[in-house]
Design a protein around this ligand. Sequence first.
Ligand SMILES: [Zn+2]
Length: 239
Amino acid sequence: MTEVGAVEVRGEGGTSEIVLLCEHASNHIPERYNGLGVSDADLQRHIAWDIGAAEVTRRLSEALGAVAFLGGYSRLLIDLNRPLESPNSIVTRSEATDIPGNINIDDAERTYRVETMFTPYHARFTAHLNARQARGLPTRIVSIHSFTPVYHGEARQWHGGVLFDKARAYGEAVLDRLREPGLMLGANVPYQTSRDEDYGIPIHGDDRGLEAIMIEIRQDLISDPTGIDLWAQRLSKAL
Ligand SMILES: [Zn+2]
């Protein structure tokens, strides 16, 4: 059950209450965009995708028997976790890197990216949620992300965070279950979710009355198979 394009769907027959999102799974940019004018080295960095997040999501999908929806394109083309009205939907600069291929794009190109990359991903996910609702299945949404250890020159000490808005009780329970000695975790770190700059949690979760949280893992902790396994195991017990 795998589709690759705007969305990769895994484990759709799973029976878990949890449905997984991984909006920043891929750094794929179709060839005709010439990497949006960004160097190959920069396209391997966090600005293009959430390093390690896709692999953690795939492992979790298997471990939990949970369906997972992974984005098929780089966030630099259009960010699946930003409202279309956000100035950060299609960025012209990410942290300290200019994105030349996004400067002065016309309405036709913007519409093309919305219609072929953003809308199909969210429509596929909405259809799945609608089908679950029709069958009366309980649903909790968990969105998997990773963050860079250094952002705008500032080191981030957190190993990970659980982010939520309305799903406070579930978010705090997951955080408690994740805690272990030596692990620096927090609620709503390294940043806070907001309706202005996030999409999955407010739109698919809070607005539908479904519990929805984001998991943020520092990317150097999930940049190799050992770390990916460890975090997938931790999360499979905590979610
Ligand atoms: Zn992310």
